[in-house]
Design a protein around this ligand. Structure first.
Ligand code: NAD
Ligand code: UFG
Length: 336
């Protein structure tokens, strides 16, 4: 039996594939390579000594997905495939709805047709919207402030309806907080196209000299140093959360939202200072006005993950930053 990993050549997918291969799981990756490259596959093999089956497929292509399920004995799916840039989603919302929502519905239909009803879905803390106070709990109201967030919320709601309609489904909706870091080997990591939107890849590219200066979006928030506070989680801890979620699916009935965060908040300036220390590089920055849509403080109540999955994050901020820097400095141009 194999695990199907959609989006498995991407940032979080590739780290999860590594952890699953270490457990000798049989893996089939499908990815359309819209935001990744097959170069990661050799790196995965280098780390684990195991190889992985890759099939270039777009999850919107029902026919191709059907063929994947016909030709492989799939027992469960981890669904990472999706577009993820908040700013871009405001510019091309229809592409986001088609790719993330229609693509997911297509995947779920093909899964149901082949009687595969175990799923781990990549959701996001973005579904908590702007009106809740951290620590964020799974029972809080959800909302979305941009098309990307809407797609995550819509897919979650589709999955709640699906699980209600058929009790054979076991679904873990993992609500990630802010994934950062890289595999400790320095062989795989985040490789954004163009200028990064997120803080850590941006800081890393300033440190390595690819970008001149960081812009810190606001220092007048109601936080200890005035800059935004987020719950950064090491991507390997996040990957291990998927391993635990897969192991726990037999105990989950219906669709269960689960926060995957550390429960700790770190400010933008704390990140900049830690990065400076770990890299020995200067990180020049300017304070600029707040970015539209940002909120002051976001961190998880991660107790459901602990109770239900037996999972908790174990890698601290120093490891997250050191591993980001190792990846960035050893691969200044990503996988190329
Ligand atoms: P990523 O872009 O590195 O990986 C996503 C992968 O999906 C890419 O390899 C891309 O080529 C592939 N893909 C996209 N559309 C596809 C399609 N239609 N068919 C097949 N493959 C497709 O992103 P990531 O950071 O690894 O994120 C993985 C998932 O986690 C995404 O669903 C994302 O929304 C979610 N998420 C990410 C973050 C984050 O900060 N990185 C936070 C919360 C949730
Ligand atoms: N920031 C800067 N300068 C930058 C980039 C970011 O100051 O160049 C600040 C932001 O204002 C924020 C913090 O750094 O305070 C983190 O910003 P990111 O863009 O890295 O992350 P966000 O918390 O805004 O959003 C991320 C993902 C979303 C996901 C969310 C989950 O981009 O997709 O985490 O909580 F939904």
């Amino acid at each position: 039996m194999s695990l199907l990993i959609t989006g498995g050549t991407g940032y979080i997918g590739s780290h999860t594939v590594v952890e699953l291969l270490k457990l000798n799981k049989d893996i089939v990756i499908v990815d359309n390579l819209s935001n990744s490259s097959t170069l990661v596959l050799d790196r995965i093999t280098k780390i684990t000594g195991n190889s992985v089956k890759f099939i270039k497929v777009d999850i919107c292509d029902e026919h191709a997905l059907n063929t994947v399920f016909e030709q492989n004995d799939i027992e469960a799916v981890v669904h990472f495939a999706g577009l993820k840039a908040v700013g871009e989603s405001n510019e091309i919302p229809l592409d986001y709805y088609q790719n993330n929502v229609s693509g997911s519905v297509t995947l779920f239909k093909v899964m149901a047709k082949h009687n595969v009803k175990k799923l781990v879905f990549s959701s996001s803390a973005t579904v908590y919207g702007e009106n809740n106070t951290s620590p964020l709990k799974e029972t809080m109201a959800t909302s979305a402030t941009n098309p990307y967030g809407q797609t995550k919320l819509m897919v979650e709601n589709i999955l709640f309806d699906l699980a209600k309609s058929d009790e054979q489904w076991s679904i873990a909706c993992l609500r990630y907080f802010n994934p950062i870091g890289a595999h400790e080997s320095g062989l795989i990591g985040e490789n954004p196209n163009g200028i990064p939107n997120n803080l850590l890849p941006y800081v890393a590219q300033v440190a390595v000299g690819r970008l001149p200066k960081l812009q810190v979006f606001g220092d007048d928030y109601d936080t200890p140093d005035g800059t935004g506070v987020r719950d950064y989680i090491h991507v390997v801890d996040l990957a291990l959360g998927h391993v635990k979620a897969l192991e726990s699916l037999s105990r989950i009935s219906g669709c269960q939202p689960i926060n995957i965060g550390t429960g700790n908040g770190t400010s933008v300036l704390e990140i900049v200072n830690s990065f400076k220390e770990a890299s020995g590089q200067d990180i020049p920055y300017n304070i600029v006005p707040r970015r539209a849509g940002d909120i002051a403080t976001v961190y998880a109540d991660a107790s459901v993950a602990n109770d239900l999955l037996g999972w908790q994050a174990s890698r601290d901020l120093n490891a997250m930053i050191a591993d980001t820097w190792r990846w960035q400095s050893q691969n200044p141009n990503g996988f190329e």
